[in-house]
Ligand binder design. Structure first.
Ligand code: ASP
Length: 322
């Protein structure tokens, strides 16, 4: 029998809808209590509430505490896998943080729900059951942190919330899911080829995320730098370009020793130094801007916060993002 640790952090999966007002909020009795009984014959479940937070309230220090709690519990007991329930709004950031932080080959699966526990078509219990089945599956080992929702298995690195309300919200644009679940089986069809792992002890660096737009100038970049950040992520245009009026603010920021990581605001493709015009990727790269591929702006921010705990040496940072 597999032994699975289930850690709850809050979110819609642990909320109830008020049938009179339609409001959705945290409920007094944990709606997922019944799960242990349902799985008792095949899986030994130990569950624990770590936080009771809607996911817009989750901060990087909660993510670190969650990661440390997983390490502590896994060191004390031989769990076969871990499942985390989480609100969907920031689920991908927590999942990616855990992917960077955890040092385990065992399956770690994050799940959530788009409909609260007493709504018609509620997906919480089903997603939790699927997540537990994936975490119990030997093939789920060595795949990094996984996100299981709506019969699909995604990597923490590639998954993103794409719809505000559809139960099929979690997608991995460009890459697709790495597997699927059915009522009886778990099928994997891809494997991650690269892992980074950073065993940090704290997460205190201030990193801001800015989105580029047509006609942008350097006001926002200068203001963010002057607010005292340790790093900045910019969601740039297209292949990794910025409007020309931002260039001097970018230069000032790098000259102040504040690293700038560039991703694209496009949700597919890679950033590269193709264009040599003012503000083009070539000029930004030559100025020392770090190009990050395969992650969204919010995830690049989590990674920059994590790696800045280890170094702010520009060459090492370039290497960590390459
Ligand atoms: N706003 C909710 C949260 O992220 C949404 C959800 O859980 O699906 O906590």
């Amino acid at each position: 029998m597999k032994r699975i640790l289930v850690l709850h952090t809050g979110g819609t999966i642990s909320m109830k809808e008020n049938k009179e007002t339609g409001e959705v909020n945290t409920s007094e009795k944990h709606p997922l209590d019944e799960i242990s009984a349902m799985l008792a014959r095949e899986t030994e479940i130990e569950d624990e509430i770590i936080f009771y937070l809607p996911s817009p309230h989750i901060r990087p220090d909660h993510m670190l505490k969650l990661g440390q709690s997983i390490h502590e519990r896994m060191a004390k007991k031989n769990y076969d896998g871990v499942v985390i329930t989480h609100g969907t709004d920031t689920l991908e950031e927590t999942a990616y943080f855990l992917d960077l932080f955890l040092q385990t080959r065992k399956p770690v699966v994050v799940t959530g729900a788009m409909r609260s526990s007493n709504e018609i078509g509620s997906d919480g219990l089903y997603n939790l059951l699927s997540a537990i089945r994936v975490a119990s599956c030997d093939e789920a080992q060595d795949k990094g942190v996984l996100v299981v929702m709506n019969d699909e298995i995604h990597t923490a690195r590639n998954v993103t919330k794409t719809s505000t309300s559809n139960v099929a919200t979690f997608q991995s644009p460009q890459y697709g899911p790495i597997g699927i679940t059915t009522k009886t089986d778990v099928f994997f069809h891809h494997k991650m080829t690269r892992y980074d792992s950073y065993p940090i002890q704290s997460i205190n660096k201030k990193v801001s995320l800015i989105k580029a737009y047509a006609g942008m100038d350097g006001t926002l970049i200068d203001a963010v730098r002057e607010s005292g950040v340790d790093g900045m992520v910019i969601e740039a245009l297209g292949q990794g370009n910025l409007p020309p009026d931002t260039v001097e603010a970018v230069r000032r920021t790098i000259d102040h020793g504040i690293p700038i990581v560039l991703v694209s605001r496009c949700y597919q493709g890679v950033v590269q130094d193709t264009y040599a015009y003012a503000g083009g990727g070539r000029q930004l790269r030559d100025m020392g801007v770090i190009f990050a591929n395969g992650v969204t702006g919010p995830k690049a921010r989590i990674k920059l916060m994590v790696v800045l705990e280890m170094t702010n040496n520009p060459t090492e940072l370039q290497h960590m993002f390459s």
